[in-house]
Design a protein around this ligand. Structure first.
Ligand code: 13P
Length: 335
């Protein structure tokens, strides 16, 4: 038995401190381009910086946000005051995270399935990111539900990579967020989603165990158990009940926190689902959020790339952060 790494455990716990969750602001250039394009915002380096500047400068945001996941470009950029973003965030009580996977490619011989890249040189990259102030990281694996996917091989490969990444992160003193995302695309029902997430999480925790990962020093970032986007929606209660049942069957209690991704749910649905789970309660982990779109859709639509909209956009962001904060203790009472 290896001695407990207290520092990893403390960082992981701080990220899921009561009433707090994570802002995922780590969109790669192609992803933020997709979001900006829809609103007619030019995808320039300065616009990406100005947008994140707006989010990070939101007054008192650390009341509800514990940490922010950054992209490689952002961790090297500066706040408008001239202070590097990582230092600015630290001064404002926010823990710095970094996305370290390098995106997905097609999984050879498995049509329609994907595998995540980014392990090469990861130890060295972690050393640099740690110097830049990063205390936690994220790696995302993606699974698609069809009648024949995900295949066992796709699940095994991605689970192995997630665990290798987690081992290298912990070796560098960085808390790994382990993100196996099961996409909502498709018209499968909620039971099929349950079965897929159950298979994925079982394999992920088997690999984490094989890699001797200290579970006290990780966070899990899963999808919620929902019906496919093209199928009739399940009720909020059903999503909450089946997600909790799936997690109870697969996630060891040593994991300090589960921080959901929003995965293209509406902002309101993501908040409602988290709230409904916390209303049920009685789980061994803290249940919180690591949302991208569900925190950013409102402020991005308000900002629109215009300096005169900054204050209103920050208000919209602070509101979503506060509603999700309430949801972490089952105290959300509607919009
Ligand atoms: P969404 O909440 O928009 O799904 O983004 C979370 C994330 O970090 C995906 O990797």
């Amino acid at each position: 038995m290896a001695p407990l790494n207290e520092s990893l455990a403390q960082t992981a716990q701080a990220l899921v401190a009561p009433g707090k969750g994570i802002l995922a602001a780590d969109e790669s250039h192609p992803t933020i381009k997709k979001r900006f394009d829809k609103l007619g915002i030019a995808n320039t380096e300065e616009n990406r910086r100005a947008y994140r500047d707006m989010l990070f400068s939101t007054p008192a945001i650390s009341n509800h946000i514990s940490g922010v996941i950054l992209y490689d470009e952002t961790i090297r950029q500066k706040h408008s005051s001239g202070t590097p973003f990582p230092k600015f965030l630290a001064q404002n009580g926010i823990i710095r995270g970094i996305k370290v996977d390098e995106g997905t490619i097609a999984l050879a011989n498995f049509p329609g399935e994907k595998v995540t890249e980014g392990l090469d040189g990861l130890g060295k990259r972690f050393a640099e990111y740690a110097q830049l102030g990063a205390r936690f990281a994220k790696w995302r694996a993606v699974f698609t539900i069809t009648d024949t996917t995900p295949s066992d091989y796709c699940i095994r490969s991605n689970a192995h990579l997630l665990a290798r990444y987690a081992a290298i992160a912990q070796e560098a003193g960085i808390v790994p967020i382990v993100e196996p995302e099961v996409l909502r695309d498709g018209n499968h029902d909620i039971n099929r989603c349950y079965d897929v997430i159950d298979r994925v999480l079982n394999e992920v925790f088997r690999e984490l165990h094989d890699h001797r990962i200290q579970l006290e020093g990780i966070l899990l970032k899963p999808s919620m158990v929902t019906a496919g986007e093209g199928a009739p929606e399940a009720s909020v209660e059903q999503v909450a009940e089946l997600t909790l049942r799936c997690l109870r069957n697969t996630v060891p209690p040593a994991v300090p926190g589960i921080v959901f991704l929003s995965g293209g749910q509406t902002s309101e649905a993501a908040t409602k689902h988290l709230d409904a789970m916390n209303k049920i309660g009685e789980v061994p982990w803290r249940l919180s959020f690591s949302y991208g779109r569900a925190l950013q859709d409102d402020p991005m639509h308000t900002w629109m790339g215009k300096p005169e909209n900054i204050k209103a956009a920050q208000k919209a962001f602070a509101r979503r952060a506060e509603l999700n904060s309430l949801a972490t203790s089952g105290k959300y009472a509607g919009e």
